[in-house]
Design a protein around this ligand. Structure first.
Ligand code: ACM
Length: 263
């Protein structure tokens, strides 16, 4: 699988402008998987429920998912990207998967961070994996990485690649994802944003960039800087992600002892 991310600075509330930035970047992408950040077209720091209601969209019949489907078809890409979702009267921090065949599925973020807890419902979709023409793709969003159960569940469900749209502000994730990948023998594509948001009183949010692709061997295959708008990609050998054997005696999944773990 050829897989990449586009790291950029989202302009808050200016969906069309953000779509155009993504469309321009995608012109340089080869067919395969492209991961975009969490809330890639809206920005992150909502300051009221009304603002969330104004920018959130139904999935799949909303302009953001429709834009992603058209871009997938134009560029022969599978795209995973984050957006605020309106589901009935509720709002979710979601990500969609689109491909040349159209809308494929969505995931609602399980572990909400900071004031997401004020404006969004904790996701109820559970962790999901899709068997696509280019490989088995699972999704988690940003802070989900802090809970090893998220990546583990995706790996146990057969994910070969974890697509990880993010808006990271804490410094730990870039050092931690190689371990998530090593302990589950999967690839991960973390697509983070850059820039700052201070839309109200209180500390400024500064997004740390450093989007990266990490391998089942715990290697960082590519990593962006802290402040560059860039599309980076790598070729992934998915056979490596399917092989859970460490040596003649140890198989990462077979050796698990769930009876001794606390759920
Ligand atoms: C985060 O979950 N956006 C840090």
């Amino acid at each position: 699988m050829h897989a990449g991310f586009f790291q950029f600075n989202t302009a808050f509330g200016r969906k069309r402008e953000n779509f155009e930035k993504v469309r321009a970047a995608a012109r340089t992408a080869s067919p395969g998987l492209l991961v975009l950040p969490e809330f890639f077209a809206t920005g992150y720091q909502f300051i009221s429920q009304d603002e969330v209601a104004e920018l959130a969209e139904p999935v799949p019949r909303g302009e953001t998912t429709e834009f992603l489907v058209s871009l997938s078809q134009e560029r022969d890409l599978y795209i995973v990207a984050g957006l605020p979702e309106r589901g009935g009267d509720m709002f979710y921090n979601s990500a969609v998967l689109t491909g040349p065949e159209g809308f494929i599925g969505s995931y609602r973020k399980t572990h909400l961070f900071l004031e997401e807890n004020v404006f969004f419902m904790p996701g109820d979709s559970g962790f999901r994996v899709w068997d696509t023409k280019i490989g088995r793709i699972g999704i988690m969003i940003c802070f989900d990485w802090f809970f090893p159960e998220a990546a583990r569940t995706l790996a146990l469900k057969g994910a070969e690649v974890i697509a990880h749209p993010s808006n990271l502000v804490l410094p730990y994730c870039p050092q931690s994802m190689p371990v998530r990948c090593l302990e589950n023998r999967v690839y991960a594509v973390t697509a983070n944003r850059i820039g700052r948001e201070k839309r109200k009183e209180g500390p400024e949010l500064s997004f740390i960039g450093q989007s990266q692709i990490t391998s089942p061997r715990g290697e960082i295959l590519v990593r962006a800087g802290t402040d560059d708008e860039i599309l980076l990609a790598s070729d992934l050998d998915l056979a490596l992600a399917r092989d859970k054997k460490l040596n003649q005696y140890n198989d990462l999944f077979r050796d698990r002892r769930p009876g001794l773990y606390t759920s």
